[in-house]
Design a protein around this ligand. Structure first.
Ligand SMILES: NC(=O)c1ccc[n+]([C@@H]2O[C@H](COP(=O)([O-])OP(=O)(O)OC[C@H]3O[C@@H](n4cnc5c(N)ncnc54)[C@H](OP(=O)(O)O)[C@@H]3O)[C@@H](O)[C@H]2O)c1
Length: 301
């Protein structure tokens, strides 16, 4: 099969399309013919060597495709599925453990389905499992136009929260259109000056942004970060609980979010679909930090 293989760390040029052996599904796994795979920021962080990865490697977590071989209960050859690949998603075939897999809903395209797993479950777990967000509360989403953030805005709104998103001017109408009640352009205003009384802050940006989010929160609020560990001691001094979330896959959440998107209740924004052959361009786009929604690689069609 063809796969994008990374033999060394570096720029987008280290991603090379090569002929490699098809992975074998283990017990409890399926082999899928990949139709679409998402590019997530963690992929270029691995490529740059910011995070350790055994090489050579096939990058890519999120996949959607058709089961070619099943060694897992509940899945059969021909099923359309989406989930998180064990063997790397930037490839014509990938193995996926059943505990990271769900059947693709009929109303969902492969491109939409591939956009969901990492971004969707991360947003869900941050707001509800960690943040405990409830109806009537105020949720602040930093990076509201990004792959994770744009889903978080919609999940929080559906849960009955008042939602404030942050981003630059060009994303204002997009984020308000997703249902956010307010928008703060971080290039013009410090969010800590514009916002107060936040119950749940979801920080998808990290760095200095985390610091300013702390200044928006009510005592007893929760700050959940995914792009770096928040300063727990400083948060505690302010009476805020601050946590780093590392997403853990849940087949229930995957199916639930898939149903919301398939039913038209949640919109998945596709920034660009890029053929697997042009993976370097997709990485350059992701690394720019300006993505609106998700970047998706299309495979084999
Ligand atoms: N811990 C985990 O389990 C986990 C899971 C998923 C993702 N992550 C991490 O979470 C981060 C976000 O992921 P993602 O996929 O959502 O990234 P992404 O799609 O690349 O995010 C891009 C968005 O960030 C916005 N942005 C950039 N700087 C900003 C700032 N200072 N304030 C507000 N918005 C800003 C941009 O909006 P503008 O262009 O308008 O600035 C753009 O829309 C990444 O670091 C990723 O690695 C962690």
């Amino acid at each position: 099969m063809r796969a994008v293989v990374m033999h060394e760390t570096g720029g987008p040029e280290v991603l090379r399309l090569e002929e490699v052996a098809r992975p074998e599904p283990g017990e409890g796994e399926v082999l899928i013919a990949v139709r679409a795979a998402a590019v997530n920021p963690i992929d270029w962080k691995y490529r740059r060597g910011f995070m350790p990865k055994q090489l050579p490697a096939v990058l890519g977590n999120d996949v959607s495709g058709v089961v070619a071989v099943s060694r897992a209960d509940g899945f059969a050859k021909g099923d359309e599925v989406f989930g998180i690949a064990a063997s790397g998603g930037y490839a014509e075939f990938a193995t996926v453990p059943a505990r990271m897999l769900a059947k693709k809903h009929a109303g969902l395209s492969h491109v939409q389905a591939a956009a969901i797993p990492v971004a969707g479950m991360t947003a869900w777990q941050a707001l509800f499992d960690r943040g405990g967000l409830e109806s009537g509360q105020t949720a602040l989403i930093a990076g509201a136009a990004g792959g994770v953030g744009h889903l978080a805005v919609q999940f929080a709104k559906r849960a009955g929260a008042r939602v404030i998103g942050t981003g630059s001017a060009r994303n204002r109408d997009f984020v308000l259109g997703l249902g956010a009640d307010e928008y703060v352009d971080y290039t013009q205003q410090d969010v800590a000056e514009a916002v107060s009384g936040v119950d749940v802050a979801f920080d998808t940006v990290g760095g200095e942004t985390t610091q300013s989010l702390l200044g928006t929160m009510r005592e007893g609020g929760v700050l959940v970060g995914i792009a770096g560990a928040p300063p727990e001691d400083e948060a505690r001094e302010r009476g805020v609980r601050a946590e780093l979330l590392i997403m853990s896959p849940s087949t229930e959440q995957l199916a639930q979010i898939g149903a919301l998107v398939a039913g038209g209740d949640v919109h998945v924004e596709i920034a660009e679909t890029v053929p697997l052959e042009e993976v370097g361009r997709a990485h350059t786009l992701s690394e720019s930090g300006r993505t609106r929604g998700k970047i998706i690689l299309t495979v084999g069609t």
